[in-house]
Design a protein around this ligand. Structure first.
Ligand code: ADP
Ligand code: MG
Length: 283
């Protein structure tokens, strides 16, 4: 028995299965007491190791995909989304998306709606589902992604950076429309979208309608070319409703902001004002 246990230990060490090694004695004790059958003991030992590895793999993948910011809010999941708060979001449609067929089909999912309606939450939740399924995911705000591309361009590594982003099965681009795009930014983003076109899935979130993309990207020609690719194999989820962030303060919010906030901002702002910093507070 001792010799056999030593042999099992050696195998577990050789196979680099530290969690199973740790659990071995306890499992053997339970086996001896007749609390588990031999087959259950094998199952337990392997499951211990597997669960530990999966947890670690998912944690690392969530960090590299930037779905789990260090300081971060908790991981967003489809399960933690309160569909009753946001009736315009069809639960079964989101659940179907969470089965990740759109990633296989390399489609583009757009979440559109006013601030606080759960666009980022749902985008991240689908990203988390993809990570758990072993897919490579990268996520960032449009501003972050463009910044990264601009830095790479200055260092003469733009092609490399675009290739890197293109290796992800799913690229999440959050917050299109909040911050003004830096000069040349639209062009850089177009190069990325073009490289990924029909090669990998994307999720985009925006508080602005497609008709406003010319203004958002500061260049109607690039915006048209972007939309041409991003609407080709696209699933559009339009969210209409109140902000979840402000749900506890409905009494403090003016009626026109409280519900059904239009996707288009009020007409004719003469000067393009910066949107409030608060818009990104949750990220
Ligand atoms: P948006 O990106 O549309 O501005 P977020 O997805 O960032 O909004 O949502 C704001 C905050 O409210 C986040 O912390 C998010 O997890 C939470 N939230 C939004 N909608 C819901 C919901 N229906 N159920 C649970 N949490 C929600
Ligand atoms: Mg958001």
């Amino acid at each position: 028995m001792t010799a056999l246990l030593d042999s099992i230990r050696d195998s577990l060490i050789g196979l680099k299965m530290p969690r199973a090694l740790e659990a071995l004695d306890h499992t053997v004790t339970r086996l001896e007491r007749g609390e588990v059958t031999a087959i259950e003991a094998i199952d337990q030992l392997l499951a211990e190791e597997f669960t530990t590895r999966e947890t670690r793999r998912i944690d690392v993948a969530l960090r590299t995909s930037r779905l789990l910011p260090g300081r971060g809010p908790q991981v967003k999941t489809v399960e933690s989304f309160d569909f009753s708060f946001q009736p315009s979001v069809d639960r079964s449609r989101i659940m179907t998306l969470a089965e990740l067929g759109f990633v296989e089909r390399r489609e583009v999912v757009h979440f559109l709606g006013p601030p606080g309606t759960g666009k980022s939450h749902l985008a991240r939740a689908l990203g988390v589902a993809a990570v758990k399924a072993g897919r490579r995911v990268y996520s960032g705000t449009l501003a972050e992604i463009i910044d990264g591309l601009a830095v790479a361009e200055r260092q003469g590594r733009l092609a490399e950076k675009i290739a890197h982003h293109s290796r992800a099965s799913l690229l999440i681009v959050d917050e299109i429309g909040y911050l003004p795009i830096t000069p040349g930014g639209a062009n850089l983003f177009f190069q990325l979208v073009n490289a990924r076109y029909e090669k990998g899935a994307m999720i985009l979130t925006s508080n602005r309608g497609f008709a406003e993309w010319g203004e958002v990207f500061g260049d109607p020609v690039v915006a048209t070319a972007l939309l041409d690719r991003l609407l080709h194999h696209a699933i559009v989820v339009q969210i209409e409703g109140a902000s979840y962030r402000l749900r506890a303060h409905t009494d403090l919010i003016p009626e026109h902001v409280r519900s059904n906030a239009p996707i288009s901002p009020p007409p004719a702002p003469k000067k393009r004002g910066r949107p409030p910093k608060k818009a990104t507070a949750d990220h």
